[in-house]
Design a protein around this ligand. Structure first.
Ligand SMILES: NC(=O)c1ccc[n+]([C@@H]2O[C@H](COP(=O)([O-])OP(=O)(O)OC[C@H]3O[C@@H](n4cnc5c(N)ncnc54)[C@H](OP(=O)(O)O)[C@@H]3O)[C@@H](O)[C@H]2O)c1
Length: 324
């Protein structure tokens, strides 16, 4: 097998495409022939030693991938050779093969495309947990999605539309705004050109969004919170812009609004049943054509550094795939 190996987490430049012995699955594990892996923002951080979970060295990065099971270890009960699966974790996906625990390999429903499966559970799982579970989104709500052309943002746009809500998508260029309208957004705001608060006033008749989905943080966060509607719910999803924003506590008071934390990784660990229910609803929406990952580009697995460079420079609309 081949894998991108990280034995020194100082950045992408230290990763090496390395030939390794193909591992036999341990007890309770399955070996997956990786079909494709997608790049998620934490993958950028993990190889720089900046992510909260730090895999022991050396490790193979790649938090999300799809493939076909080609060997099963002792005690594996629910999976067999030939099953098509998706897997989300912290590492292992940027390779031709990966061994994971049985519980970390999710069998795919018939008809679920293997490319889409490599770019689904992380982003759609996060955005479903955020909007449907944590924010209890209603069809009468208006949602502002920040970073709407990115991975979790593009999933949030589609999920909010699937739930019947009105979606305002915010992104940093006209090109990204056009992409968000193609995803289903009802209105867009180019935050590089337009003042966020003025634009939100104009597209919501002064009322403000009921729900804000924020994977970006930085300086947009306070402006977005100041615009939120009475009884609004502000979803803290991530800090792609870097700085973790601070909020004056009088603002939630004045709006009767909630600041709602979203941590999909711990939701999966702490509430596996609720997580499976969310995924089942998403699989149903996928079968109905309501949600589908927007794949920006497919690159060969060996082109991982190019994929990292594009994500790091905000050059991706939707998801980047690395295929074997
Ligand atoms: N809480 C959770 O459970 C959870 C789960 C998954 C991901 N996340 C977090 O969500 C965030 C987004 O993840 P993602 O995979 O969707 O990433 P992504 O595909 O790279 O999207 C991030 C978006 O943020 C915007 N952005 C603004 N400033 C940026 C900067 N300085 N660098 C990079 N992007 C910037 C970009 O949009 P514009 O160019 O349009 O501004 C970009 O499209 C990350 O912080 C990630 O850790 C959290």
């Amino acid at each position: 097998m081949h894998a991108w190996l990280c034995d020194n987490p100082v950045g992408v430049q230290a990763l090496r495409w390395t030939e390794l012995p193909t591992p036999a699955p341990l007890v309770g594990q399955v070996r997956i022939a990786v079909h494709a892996a997608s790049l998620n923002f934490p993958d950028l951080l993990t190889v720089q030693n900046k992510y909260q979970h730090k895999p022991p060295l050396p490790f193979v990065p790649g938090s999300e991938f799809s493939g076909v099971i080609e060997a099963v270890g002792a005690t594996v009960r629910h999976l067999k050779v030939g099953d098509r699966v998706a897997s989300v974790g912290v590492s292992g996906g940027f390779a031709t093969h990966a061994c994971v625990d049985e519980a970390a390999a999710v069998p795919l429903p018939p008809g679920f495309d293997l490319d889409d499966a490599a770019a689904f559970a992380f982003t759609y799982g996060t955005s479903h947990h955020a909007l449907i579970d944590r924010a209890a989104l209603r069809a009468c709500d208006t949602v502002l999605v920040l970073g709407a052309a990115g991975g979790v943002g593009s999933a949030a746009v589609q999920i909010a539309k699937a739930a019947g809500a009105r979606v305002i998508a915010a992104a940093s260029s006209d090109d990204k705004c056009t992409f968000c309208r193609e995803l289903g957004a009802d209105a867009t705001i180019n935050v590089s050109r337009d003042n966020l608060r003025d634009a939100l006033k104009s597209v919501t008749d002064g009322k403000g969004p009921d729900v804000v989905y924020d994977p970006v943080g930085g300086e947009l966060a306070e402006a977005a919170f100041r615009s939120i509607a009475w009884r609004g719910r502000y979803l803290v999803v991530g800090f792609a812009a870097g700085p973790i924003p601070a909020l004056p506590w009088n603002l939630p008071l004045l709006k009767g609004a909630s600041v709602v934390g979203v941590f999909w990784g711990d939701f999966v660990r702490r509430e596996p049943k609720a997580c499976r229910q969310g995924l089942a609803e998403l699989f149903g929406w996928y079968a109905q054509g309501k949600v589908k990952p927007a794949i920006d580009t497919r690159l060969p697995m060996s082109a991982l550094p190019e994929a990292y460079a594009r994500m790091g420079s905000r050059g991706v609309r939707g998801k980047l795939l690395l295929v074997n």
